[in-house]
Structures are given as C-alpha cells and as structure tokens.
Design a protein around this ligand. Structure first.
Ligand SMILES: NC(=O)c1ccc[n+]([C@@H]2O[C@H](COP(=O)([O-])OP(=O)(O)OC[C@H]3O[C@@H](n4cnc5c(N)ncnc54)[C@H](O)[C@@H]3O)[C@@H](O)[C@H]2O)c1
Length: 372
C-alpha cells in the first residue's frame, strides 16, 4: 500500500456548518500539535493499537448548500469564541484544502432533478473525491441542518436519505450525527440490507441527553421512582434556527425522550422544549427538572444546568465516529454497529445507559485491536 492509499477521507454532509468546520479545523490543529485531543475518546489509552486511521491521515471534503467558504466560516466561529482566536489562520492551508473539496449539495429550490438523479450526482462527487485523493476509503458523516420528519405519503426522499443512499452507492461507511432520517427510510431498507458496509446513527449525544443517560440509570439503581422529567434548551447558531421549526424540533426531542423511556421502563411525565436564542450563538444552556419519590413517598427534586459549546462538544465525537467506522470497514465489519451507541441519542440497538455503552465500546476496541 502506498503512503497515499493509507489516507482516509471524511465527507461531511453540511461541510460548512459549525460542527463540520470545528471538526475540520480541530483535526488540523491537533495533527499539528497546536492543541491536545481533549474530548476525543479514540485518543485515550484503551484505543491504542486498535489500527484507527491517524488524525494526520484524514482528508476532508463534503457537500453543502451554503456558499460561505470554510476559512470564512472558521473566522466567524473564532469571532464567536467557538474556535480559539488565531486558529483559523494557523490552519488556513488545511481549511483551504477542505474548501476545495466541497461540492454543491441539494436539492436547492427549483432543482428539477429526480431523487435518482440526485443520488447519482452525490455518489459521483464522493467517488471522485476518493479517487482523486487516492484514499483507502471515505466515511460519510451527516452533520447537515436537522430536517423535519418526512410525511408517510411524501413521494420524495428527504435530503438526508438521498445523501445516505449516495454514501452506500459510493461504497462508503456512513454515520448520521443528526436526528434526520438518513438510512432509516423504509424505502432504503433493501439498499441498507445488501450494502455490506458498516453504518451508525442517529443524532449525536453531546449534552442534555448525555447527562440523562447517566442520571436515569442512577434513579433506577437507587430504586427512586421518577415522577416527571422536564427539560428546556436555549441555543442559537444555525442549529438553534433550524430547531425553531416545530417539526425539526420534534425529531430532535424524540431522541432526548427515548433514553428516558428505555432506561426508566416508561416515558415519565414532562416534555422537552428548544428555544432559539440567536444571541447565544453556538452556546447552549440545557436545564432539566426531575421530580422523584424518596422513602415513604417523600417528594424530591433534582435540577441540572448544562452550559456547553455545542460544536466543541460534537466535533471530537464526529472525528471518533469517522475513525471507528473507517477501521470497521477495513476489518470487514458490516451493517449497523450497536457498539457505537455510546455516541448516539437514538442508537442502532444495544444498551441505553452510558456506562454499559462505554463497556460495549471498549469491547469493540478490543475486537478492532485483535483484527490487526
Ligand atoms: N452538539 C451538537 O452540536 C449536536 C449534537 C447532536 C446533533 N447535532 C446536529 O448536527 C447538525 C449540524 O449542527 P450545526 O450546529 O453544525 O448546524 P449548522 O446550521 O451550523 O450547519 C448545518 C449545515 O448544513 C448545511 N445544509 C443544510 N441543508 C443541506 C443540504 N440539503 N445539503 C447539504 N448541506 C446542507 C447548511 O448550509 C449548514 O452549513 C444538526 O442537525 C444538529 O442537530 C449537533
């Protein structure tokens, strides 16, 4: 194998968004030794010698429907404090290289192409990227804006499913970091069953749901019945704007509530709300209010406040997922990977408690190491 053939592609759907830009700039910064790999689980000792592609071997490209060039997008994120001041210029060459590999996505308003034509065009873009860069493989990761759940009678596939179908057609492992449909369309079932590719989803677990997947098992283990679990999220940025659409927010909230229903045995009373607060930019405040019963029926309350930078939470996980799926592909693993449930709100089966999901991930690391 040549040095070039050992490089691995990461193809972002939504390549100019906050998460993709932070992942692209962050990978370059870590590879150059400018920052430690904080938040990257695959850079911790249990993943040593598992054969994951090195961060220095990753090549970035993707689709987006937005025109703003990646270096400019990185400057905007640095001005908002998401990326460290000066980082966009320090990794300017890498951002420019990734920008040169971004292709126009779709469907754009007025686009007359059929679903089949769009899938063919997207798959050709991905295959061309892999071939020109002489990559060993390319992992496709969906980090595009959350789309509303499609109606059952909708004659068209949602954009996320067009891209997911294109990924399979181009022979690429696929991860869906968003709540959008992606591979989980009944109309893609045959293609998914016969693809022979590893894939994982859906919706990255980075903040409020991460905390829920730790706290809910605690209540169960301490025999403290949860009476109600309510949550509110305040966030801005592109994600906040997209989730201001009630249909998109419903897709997101279903995943947040699923972890409670799975862990507690039934969904408790209470709802999750998402408010768009543009002034907060990429920062999110998530407040949870948990009412539970104690000994002899005494009523108690736990409240948590999570304040995080959304893209800084998501980017290392996106890099982790891409590396783990690339290595899965290299070792010949196929189909949904429940071992990666640690990363998702709505995983492909497996446990719902974070501690059990982490154990499954460590066992998976052992399996990847043994395949060397
Ligand atoms: N902590 C987190 O940040 C987190 C956690 C879980 C899930 N997510 C999900 O990740 C996704 C990205 O979040 P973000 O903050 O980067 O959002 P963002 O709005 O900054 O970026 C989304 C990008 O997708 C692009 N896009 C929209 N429609 C497209 C299409 N049809 N084809 C190609 N590109 C398209 C937009 O132009 C934009 O550049 C969202 O769906 C969000 O819900 C984020």
């Amino acid at each position: 194998m040549t040095a070039h053939a050992a490089r691995t592609g990461i193809w972002f759907i939504g390549a100019r968004g906050s998460v993709a830009t932070t992942a692209t700039a962050g990978c370059a910064a870590i590879a150059a030794g400018l920052h430690p790999p904080t938040g990257m689980v695959t850079e911790t000792p249990p993943f040593t010698d598992t054969g994951l592609p090195p961060l220095t071997s990753l090549v970035f490209g993707g689709h987006d429907t937005l025109d703003c060039p990646l270096p400019k997008r990185a400057e905007v994120l640095a001005a908002g404090g998401v990326l460290p001041h000066g980082l966009p210029s320090a990794v300017g060459a890498e951002l420019a290289a990734a920008e040169a590999e971004i292709r126009s996505g779709g469907p754009l308003p007025g686009d007359t192409r059929t679903d089949e034509e769009l899938i063919t065009a997207f798959a050709a873009d991905i295959a061309d990227f892999t071939r020109r860069n002489e990559l060993a493989r390319t992992v496709v990761v969906n980090v595009a804006s959350t789309e509303p759940a499609p109606g059952e009678d909708d004659p068209r596939l949602p954009a996320s499913s067009l891209y997911a179908a294109a990924a399979l057609r181009a022979g690429c492992p696929y991860a869906n970091f968003t709540p959008s449909t992606g591979l989980r369309s009944p109309r893609l079932q045959d293609a998914v069953d016969s693809c022979g590719l590893p894939h994982a989803g859906r919706d990255g677990k980075t903040g409020q749901t991460l905390l829920r997947s730790v706290l809910a098992p605690m209540f169960v283990q301490r025999a403290l019945p949860v009476r109600a679990w309510s949550g509110t999220n305040l966030l801005g940025g592109g994600d906040g704007a997209a989730l201001a659409d009630p249909a998109a927010a419903a897709a997101k909230n279903a995943g947040k509530e699923r972890v409670l229903a799975d862990t507690l045995g039934a969904a408790p009373e209470g709802e999750v709300h998402i408010d768009d607060v543009p002034a907060m930019g990429d920062w999110k405040t998530a407040w949870d209010h948990i009412a539970f019963d104690g000994f002899l029926g005494s009523r108690m309350i736990l409240q948590t406040i999570w304040q995080g930078c959304d893209s800084a939470l998501a980017a290392p996980l996106v890099l982790d997922l891409a590396r783990l799926l690339a290595r899965s592909h290299e070792t010949g693993l196929t189909g949904p990977r429940p071992e990666l449930g640690f990363y998702f709100k709505d995983p492909d089966g497996g446990a719902s408690a974070l501690s059990e999901q982490y154990e499954a991930l460590l066992a998976f690391a052992g399996r990847l190491r043994a395949a060397r």
